[in-house]
Design a protein around this ligand. Structure first.
Ligand SMILES: [Zn+2]
Length: 73
């Protein structure tokens, strides 16, 4: 049975974010990570270089459980 979240609003990506490039430097990168921009509280994709240089403005946000069946709990 799929889990329904009440907090879907909290997991929206930034309007200008794209999954295949870095939000800050806009370089295409396959190794982007999803972080939360503190100023907007929206999720963005960042390359590792920009994460290191802007770590004070972004938060890692991996607190949400995965959807779907991943075994018996
Ligand atoms: Zn970057």
């Amino acid at each position: 049975m799929p889990i329904k979240y009440d907090d879907i609003e909290s997991y929206q990506f930034h309007d200008k974010d794209a999954p295949d490039r870095c939000f800050i430097c806009t370089k295409k990168s396959e190794k982007t990570l999803v972080l939360r921009q503190i100023s907007s509280m929206k999720l963005v994709h960042l390359c590792q270089e920009c994460i290191c240089e802007n770590i004070n403005d972004y938060l890692l946000d991996n607190t949400r459980p995965w959807l779907g069946e991943k075994g018996n709990l």
